[in-house]
Design a protein around this ligand. Structure first.
Ligand code: ADP
Ligand code: ZN
Ligand code: ZN
Length: 725
């Protein structure tokens, strides 16, 4: 018999399936990790298929050396997913397999944790008076039944305990113990009766086979309760569940809610686990002891069989795109996994991505809506404040008079305020302080990015360069503003004005401190929390009545076709933090563009109007969902080789463009905005093609890259990249 093996080597030359002779005596099956001879070395590989004969010369085939683990590490579905990802995202098979096997599982350095328990091994004992500790230890055990050796050593001394073991008066037993991620948080267990909309959602989803659902529910509408109930129904049918959340909203509160509902059946996979915890949580899932996996993006690769439902919460979140190798879109992986398991997929959000909502409109996703907050309260009122008129009135500070007066009232009433600052586009755009003009690319209609090193403005979609502006072309003013205020500056200003505790959360704070800050803020009133997008999501604070959005425009000018969409999402998410319990909430949004449609739509909570307008813009400017953007990244330490390779690929794609001339919107090769990273020179080819023959064209582009790859240059292809740096 012949085994097809993928070798665990990260080189594109060996990215194929190799045939090996299957040793008859080792009981090797599909999914097993094995040791195989490869060149002069022994390396790891994975058996992905077993067949009768090979097309290769039988005398040249080598034999598998041995099987490495008691149980197969990969299931048939995982193997199918790996091939799917290779074909869909232009990845190497070895890379895809590694996604399913975290380093702690693969490298064998972390072991199971064994704890020694001690028991009494006799009915009667006679102990010399000279050994009082031994006697006490035995008395203690007689009363308690069993305890850990560590505990007994601590109480009565290791020498006494060892003596008792030697005399066989007590015996030892090693037991495997799980290292469980601790959760400082507990939330009160509420008895919740689903409202009619929630109950309907749960019923429709739970009786469905394979089907992607878009669950669009306003902030606080109880989407999480819907997820919990759908997962409960899946478990009742003996199935398992996967729930993905953005890393940032994987809050202790969220985890505590799941622990309340499911106890030890939940395993959590997130980036701040210790290696031991990750190892044990993974194994609890692999063995079936835990049946719900909850975690960030990579949790879609949890070792789950017989999946009954997959949830992608906050589906619009950027973190679902992997931007470093291996690059993939979590939605697509989740969708294929749901298809393989013939189960529903729930994509949940208050502000779905334009792409997802478009697919829902086209009927590819099924739309389910929750239109009311669970507490029956109105969504907070969003008031738009025009910052240009503030300047004209002589207020050049960070805060509008309107916001300051609201803040005063809020703090006087012993409530909490959150102040949101968007740092996404930090210092990367220019704006006229007089009229609000921001320079845009004439070809692409996205904001230009300011490059300090060569004093130019650049478009990140077409690489066109513009000179920086000494005066505003619109109003001729020379007061041009670069960039933005940061969180620290805001905190400083507030301290001068208010004598209440002020907390700050941004990327400079580490994960553990982050949880502490949230927790302390939660228990302090009056108080102010200042933060970046970190504070936008998921948090359920009861006492927040005021939300201030200091510089709403910042994400609007991000040089990205999704800038408006992100702005809409952020405003909705941040506003959703206010008024979540008894008191009403209020939002003040400061902008230099009070008339921009995104603010009008967001302040009316009118997703429909936003979507209509935005979709129209995308259509006329040729952006997704009407086109696919492809980026071929060509990287390497030797710039000449990179350029040669780039040119070959570019020429081949150009030929393709001639063949499919009506499908191509755009094709251009250029330096990446980040020209050199980690010693690698970075070049890219940007391609935009209409949605029509895109599957065919993309596969041809993959084939070109596959054919032209060399060992000294890395080629990555991204489909609809989120970031063009
Ligand atoms: P979302 O995920 O849509 O923002 P959550 O699921 O966090 O909303 O729910 C918001 C709050 O409302 C939570 O405190 C939750 O416990 C509560 N809640 C949800 N559904 C109900 C319900 N049917 N009855 C009462 N309270 C509910
Ligand atoms: Zn101007
Ligand atoms: Zn451009």
């Amino acid at each position: 018999m012949i085994a097809e093996v993928i070798v665990d080597v990260m080189a594109s030359e060996v990215d194929k399936v190799f045939d090996y002779i299957l040793p008859e005596d080792q009981n090797i099956t599909v999914g097993d990790r094995v040791c195989v001879p490869f060149g002069s070395r022994q390396i790891d590989g994975f058996v992905i298929n077993i067949k009768q004969t090979s097309n290769y010369n039988a005398s040249k085939l080598k034999q598998i050396t041995k099987k490495k683990d008691a149980q197969p590490l990969l299931s048939e579905n995982i193997i199918k997913l790996c091939f799917f990802m290779k074909q869909k995202f232009f990845l190497r098979l070895a890379d895809t397999i590694r996604l399913f096997l975290p380093p702690v599982v693969r490298n064998g350095k972390v072991k199971e944790k064994l704890v020694n328990y001690v028991f009494l091994n006799c009915d009667d004992f006679l102990i010399s008076k000279k050994a009082p500790n031994q006697l006490k230890a035995l008395m203690y055990l007689k009363e308690k039944g069993k305890t850990t050796q560590t505990e007994l050593n601590k109480l009565f001394g290791a020498s006494a305990v060892n003596a008792l073991i030697e005399k066989q008066l007590i015996k030892l037993e090693s037991t495997k113990t799980n290292r469980t991620p601790k959760n400082k948080f507990s939330v009160e267990k509420k008895q919740i009766t689903l409202n009619a909309q929630q109950a309907n959602a749960v019923e429709v989803i739970s009786k469905s086979h394979y089907q992607p659902f878009l669950l669009k529910g306003v902030t606080g509408s109880g989407k999480t309760e819907v997820y919990i109930n759908c997962i409960q129904n899946a478990l009742k049918q003996g199935k398992t569940a996967i729930m993905l959340v953005p890393e940032i909203s994987l809050t202790p509160q969220m985890f505590a809610r799941f622990r309340n509902a499911f106890g030890d059946t939940v395993a959590i996979l997130h980036s701040s686990l210790t290696n031991g915890e990750r190892f044990d949580e993974w194994n609890r899932l692999h063995s079936g002891e835990a049946r719900i996996a909850i975690g960030a993006r990579s949790c879609i690769f949890a070792p789950m069989e017989n999946v009954g439902v997959i949830v992608v919460d906050e589906e619009h979140d950027n973190s679902y795109y992997s931007e470093s190798n291996p690059r993939y879109h979590t939605h697509e992986v989740a969708r294929y996994l749901a298809y393989l398991n013939n189960c529903p997929l729930i994509l949940g959000s208050a502000t779905p991505s334009v792409e997802s909502y478009y697919l829902a409109k086209k009927g590819e996703y099924r739309l389910i809506q929750l239109t009311e907050r669970a507490n029956k309260k109105e969504l907070p009122n969003i008031e738009i404040v025009d910052m240009l008129s503030e300047i004209h009135l002589g207020n050049t500070g960070i805060f509008s008079t309107r916001f300051l007066s609201e803040l005063e009232t809020c703090l006087k009433n012993k409530k909490q305020a959150m102040i949101f600052i968007n740092r996404r586009g930090f210092s990367s755009f220019l704006m006229c302080k007089e009229c609000g003009y921001v320079p845009k690319c004439e070809d692409c209609d996205v904001s230009l990015v300011y490059h300090k090193e060569d004093e130019t403005l650049k478009c990140h979609y077409c690489n066109r360069r513009y000179r920086t502006l000494p005066v505003c072309p619109k109003c001729k003013s020379s007061s041009i503003r670069y960039g933005a205020v940061g969180t620290q500056r805001v905190v400083e200003e507030l301290k001068k004005m208010f004598d209440v505790p002020i907390f700050r959360l941004d990327n400079d704070i580490n994960k553990n401190a982050y949880i502490d800050v949230l927790e302390t803020f939660n228990q302090t009133s009056p108080a102010i929390l200042v933060g970046t997008q970190m504070i936008a999501k998921g948090h359920d604070f009861n006492n927040v009545t005021l939300v201030g959005i200091v510089d709403a425009d910042m994400s609007l000018h991000f040089s990205d076709y999704k800038a408006i969409e992100r702005t809409f999402q952020l405003i909705t998410q941040v506003s959703g933090r206010a008024g979540r319990s008894e008191s009403e909430g209020k939002v003040v949004l400061q902008t230099y563009y009070p008339k921009h449609f995104v603010y009008r739509c967001a302040s009316n909570y009118d997703y429909g109007a936003f979507f209509k307008k935005e979709l129209n813009l995308r259509e006329v400017s040729h952006f997704p969902p009407f086109v696919n953007i492809l980026r071929v990244l060509v990287l390497g330490e030797d710039e000449k080789k990179v350029l040669t390779n780039l040119e070959q690929i570019y020429n081949a794609v150009k030929l393709l463009k001639e063949e499919y001339s009506s499908d191509f919107v755009y094709l251009h090769a250029m330096k990446c905005p980040k020209k050199r990273l980690q010693k690698n020179y970075r070049y890219q080819i940007l391609i935009r093609i209409y949605k029509k023959n895109e599957v065919e064209i993309i596969s041809k582009i993959y084939a070109i890259c596959d054919k032209l790859k060399t060992s000294k240059v890395s080629i990555f292809v991204e489909n609809d990249p989120q970031n063009l740096s």
